[in-house]
Write a new protein. Structure first.
Length: 208
């Protein structure tokens, strides 16, 4: 989707990083970056309301309302290397309509939150159109309470440089389309993708 591609570019253009040795880092987040994220949310609302590719346009039973978000949370932005598995195991992920999806457990990133380290899996899959994608799917302590009951997603832009440092910003966590319309099926995060923290950043439950 053009919206997510634009937002990913924003991350790299406007996020200033504090560089130091180690596998995980904490970023120094500028006000300009926060403003860009907030503007991106407004752009997404515009897309959801007016685009013919929006789930609200494709499903006449889906009623649009502005999406709901947490306030920007600086604590939930991280920097990490990707720890790529030598052997990439194929795993089965189920969709919300019960269908099986085969993806590769590609690797993981590490986040250091309140003095505790958490492992976040990165998956590689192939879309119906045949294009490859990388994604993070997760659930957490807010799931089914303040956030979508199935879980939320983060897009992941893979870089061939093994030393590349990735920005993992949970303020960009979003709901899959099945959160808005029953016409869609979306991947259900595995049990191992549960984060034992409250990820109070990003998109909240959609309700109308």
């Amino acid at each position: 989707m053009e919206y997510y591609a634009l937002l990913k570019k924003t991350v790299f253009l406007f996020l200033t990083l504090l560089i130091f040795h180690g596998c995980t880092q904490k970023p120094d987040i500028s006000q300009e970056y926060i403003t860009k994220v907030m503007n991106g949310r407004a752009e997404k609302d515009s897309f959801m309301k007016d685009s013919p590719d929006s789930p609200f346009s494709r499903d006449t039973n889906a009623v649009f309302e502005p999406l709901k978000y947490y306030d920007f949370n600086k604590e939930l932005v991280f920097i990490s290397k990707l720890f790529e598995y030598e052997t990439k195991e194929q795993v089965t992920v189920y969709g919300t309509k019960g269908e099986e999806r085969k993806v590769l457990r590609f690797g993981y990133v590490l986040i250091d939150y309140r003095d505790k380290e958490y492992k976040v899996s990165v998956y590689k899959g192939t879309s119906r159109s045949g294009s490859e994608y990388f994604s993070i799917w997760f659930t957490d302590k807010t799931t089914g309470k303040e956030t979508y009951r199935v879980g939320r997603y983060l897009d992941f832009e893979y870089d061939n440089d093994k030393d590349h440092m990735y920005t993992i910003d949970f303020n960009l966590a979003y709901n899959p389309y099945c959160a808005y319309s029953a016409e869609y099926s979306c991947a259900i995060p595995l049990k191992e993708d549960y984060l034992d923290i409250a990820v109070n950043a990003g998109e909240k439950i959609f309700s109308h």
